[in-house]
Design a binder for this molecule. Sequence first.
Ligand code: URA
Length: 230
Amino acid sequence: MDDRARLAGVLRVLEELGCRELFLDDLTTEEALALAAGSAPSPADAGNPLAALEARAEACQKCGLSGSRTNVVFARGSGTGGLMVVGEAPGGEEDRMGLPFVGPAGKLLDLLLLTIGFHRGSVYICNVLKCRPPKNRDPRPEEVAACSPYLRDQLQAVAPRAVLAVGRFAAQMLAGSDASIGRLRGRVHRHEGVPVVATYHPAYLLRTPSATRDAWQDLQLLKQVLDEPS
Ligand code: URA
């Protein structure tokens, strides 16, 4: 299949998902073709350590998830706005496309980010796990242990001004706590000196719309953190 056919395939999936204009607006044609070919780092990565890290992740076989994945789901977005979002693990759509948060939960995440003025292309978005756990089961400790060096290095390379941890799993990991997401949200934690705001996972918000107000408040807190002079 040539690059154009692959790109057409990716765009068809996006269209099915209802996000027909989301993808290309932050990519040059070259970047979009490279991404569609499944071989390229995301545009912000070109020429920086993230590209090498992504290449390592693409070849990773450190845990059993490497045997069941369709694609490694490394990251999307540039992080130029100083914001990094960390979720739990890729779902089915993400595994198929090799990009995080492209399914319905991802669309809600995009909307939440827009409420604080962040277009998805300017936010660096990734997950604790880079490969999909079968049937979307919870990540296992050995998988997290194998994968966490990638997240550590992503944090170091992106050097965000703040991190939004979405869902219990990412929140507990980044806050270094096993408290519930209900207790972790609503305040600022620190991970390696970087402020971390936790909120509900957008998949949970889709099932529990009444929690959206809390999530909106968490995003306001995140905005305050980002607006603080550094
Ligand atoms: N849920 C996550 O935590 N990450 C994704 O990329 C998709 C769904």
